[in-house]
Design a protein around this ligand. Structure first.
Ligand SMILES: Cc1ncc(COP(=O)(O)O)c(C=O)c1O
Length: 371
């Protein structure tokens, strides 16, 4: 198996810890250990203080899996397994796919959702949104299905566009999958991060027996450093294969991360509500900013998630624009090229406290910029 470099992660590796300002992060500011511990119950603190640094259960701490269950219809703990989100994505594709399989995946997307499929030599088709409004049409998904389609990969809330489906559309995805006996891997990493008027979708595993839901603490909770993610599925034999594969990777999760994740999952509003407030107010700031700057060709407000994909009216490539800007102003942006998408876009992330400060510097740069 040959994996191409993960362009987005390599671009972040180059700039994330040296650039003065970050305008494109998909995660919200990370909460401190102090903040997590201050919100913990007496029992959780006792768990924390009594924790031993040994190996942990490969399917995840029982209390963590129970804490996860509260967000799903199922009450069967065997429907849940824990690992880091990127790892679960990698293992799922490896467990489900053979080289003769066809896969349909949303695009543009977080690169690993398609790169791993390609590395397994599967045939890949893309389900793309309308660039005028970033809406996905389920009729296009239906047309992409082939007799050997084994897997549909979706990601709503969608990174990078902030697009979302309606419940009817999600049910239509399930109908298409069920009629053709296809698995659906639903990357729900941005679950619950939605705009005021957006109706939250249920996880796919609540709707479909061959649905696999991925969620974690990185985005919704502002706890990316925990590296905690989980899969929930009614298909327990599939989950057993994932656990067996994981023995060749991380084997089990980090003991302190598991306990801290339990604290967060049992107290979601402590994390989610400040994140929602920040994202919504930053989206509103950016709406005004986009109207004031002609270089921003179009800004389609996100329906959900923490990012949007903003079209620029520029002569150079988006990559050249981003490279130049980070060198001259210290503002890091993620250009289109990191999503292997046509057009000139940058991703804007709304989950950071210093957003207005970054916008001020960004605005100053755009005011003197020649398109
Ligand atoms: C859609 C999507 N899926 C999965 C991940 C991976 O999450 P993590 O970085 O926590 O492994 C990301 C991270 O940006 C993402 O945007």
């Amino acid at each position: 198996m040959k994996l191409k470099n993960f362009s987005l992660e390599r671009y972040f590796a180059k700039h994330e810890f040296t650039a003065k300002y970050l305008l494109s992060c998909s995660d919200c500011d990370g909460y401190s250990l102090k903040y997590v511990l201050e919100g913990a119950s007496k029992e959780e603190l006792a768990l924390w203080e009594g924790m031993a640094f040994g190996y942990t259960q490969s399917e995840g701490h029982t209390l963590l899996r129970q804490s996860i269950l509260q967000y799903y219809k199922t009450d069967d703990i065997n429907d849940v397994i824990v690992a880091s989100p990127g790892e679960l994505n990698f293992v799922t594709m490896n467990v489900l796919l053979e080289p003769s399989d066809h896969v349909v995946a949303v695009a543009p997307c977080y690169q690993s959702l398609t790169e791993i499929v390609k590395s397994l030599q599967c045939d890949l088709s893309y389900w793309k949104p309308d660039p005028e409004d970033w809406k996905f049409d389920t009729a296009d998904l239906g047309k992409a299905i082939q007799p050997n389609t084994k897997l549909i990969i979706i990601n709503f809330p969608h990174n990078p566009t902030g697009s979302y489906l309606t419940l009817d559309q999600l049910q239509e995805v399930v109908r298409i999958a069920r009629d053709n006996d296809i698995y659906v891997f639903s990357d729900e990493m941005y679950h619950k991060l939605s705009m005021e008027s957006t109706q939250e979708l249920p996880p796919i595993c609540d709707l479909y027996e061959k649905g696999v839901s991925l969620w974690g603490t990185s985005k919704t909770f502002g706890l990316a450093g925990l590296r905690t993610g989980w899969l929930v599925s009614q298909d327990q034999s599939f989950l057993k294969e994932v656990i067996a594969f994981k023995d060749y990777l991380s084997i089990c999760s980090s003991a302190p991360s598991e306990i801290l994740s339990i604290m967060a999952l049992n107290n979601i509003d402590r994390y989610l509500q400040p994140n929602l407030k920040k994202i919504r107010s930053n989206v509103s700031l950016f709406r005004t900013f986009a109207e004031e700057h002609k270089i921003i060709k179009s800004f389609i407000s996100p329906q959900a998630g923490s990012t949007s994909f903003v079209a620029l009216d520029i002569k150079e490539s988006a990559l050249e624009f981003s490279d130049k800007m980070v060198a001259q102003t210290g503002i890091m942006t993620v250009p289109t090229e990191m999503f292997e998408h046509e057009g000139k876009y940058i991703r804007v992330g709304f989950g950071r406290e210093n957003f207005s400060e970054v916008l001020e510097v960004f605005g100053g740069y755009l005011d003197t910029y020649k398109p």
